[in-house]
Design a protein around this ligand. Structure first.
Ligand SMILES: N[C@@H](CCC(=O)N[C@@H](CS)C(=O)NCC(=O)O)C(=O)O
Length: 242
């Protein structure tokens, strides 16, 4: 039996969950609550010493890293999934892998650093860094430009005209920009970030529409967290005016 350890607040975990649920893969889901620090407790550290989410377990064998897990599941269950998720043909497959590799030092770096330093850390009274916000802003701008001008220049999805596991990984990361609504200062929100990139916007809707109702299902907790932060911000702002 395969088990994935996930939390819905984790972007890479959400990509995995959408893939598993949409394709009805026989994989058990176990939630490790990041907000409660469960990933740093012995029970989980015994499974994966680095304490990161997600990971996959099959018997005694443990596999970390969302991109590798997605590829492993796509290979293992190739008879259960449509070929477009991870094409067999060598060049088409290489394109999916290239997009996944690109993502780690681009969309992942930009979004993760920005959301952590501009939203999550300040909201939780944890240290954050203005220089990392600057760096993340630069990386995210470059990433969105690369998506618009290269990855989505001539195709509907990042590795071709059909959706693949690369789209899940990149799009679940970008949608984390929704959390910017809850930033304490007036910052560029998701609308403003994506406005200059019509192809990226259209693609995000395409990924959403191709993966419903699972997209909404796995993003519900993140939307609730964003709403909560936004309400708290509004409340704090109105009180400070009294
Ligand atoms: N490159 C890894 C990233 C894993 C990762 O950074 N996970 C975050 C959640 S999105 C995590 O577990 N953070 C908790 C921690 O570091 O304590 C992947 O794609 O699986």
């Amino acid at each position: 039996m395969l088990t994935v350890y996930v939390d819905m607040m984790s972007q890479p975990a959400r990509a995995l969950l959408i893939f598993i649920r949409l394709n009805k893969l026989p994989v058990k889901e176990v939630v490790i609550n990041l907000a409660r620090g469960r990933n740093r407790q012995d029970e989980y550290l015994e499974i994966y010493k680095l304490g990161k989410i997600p990971c996959l377990k099959e018997g005694d064998w443990v596999l970390p890293e969302s991109a590798t897990i997605l590829r492993y599941l796509a290979r293992t269950f190739s008879d259960k999934i449509a070929a477009h998720w991870y094409p067999e043909e060598s060049k088409a497959r290489a394109k999916v892998e290239a997009a996944m590799d690109w993502h780690h030092s681009n969309t992942r770096q930009g979004c993760m650093l920005l959301i952590w330093n501009q939203v999550i850390a300040p909201a939780n009274g944890q240290p954050y860094s203005e220089s990392l916000i600057k760096r993340a802003t630069f990386v995210l701008e470059q990433s969105l430009q690369a998506l618009e001008r290269y990855w989505l220049a001539d195709t509907t999805f990042v590795a071709g005209d059909d959706i693949s596991i690369a789209d899940l990984l990149i799009c679940t990361e970008l949608v984390m920009l929704r959390m910017l609504d809850g930033a304490q200062d007036e910052v560029r929100d998701m609308e403003a970030w994506l406005k200059p990139y019509p192809k990226v916007r259209t693609w995000m809707f395409g990924v959403h529409d191709s993966t419903e109702p699972y997209w909404s299902e796995v993003h519900a907790i993140m939307h609730a967290a964003a709403r909560k932060l936004k309400e708290r911000k509004f409340h704090e702002t109105s009180l400070s005016k009294l």
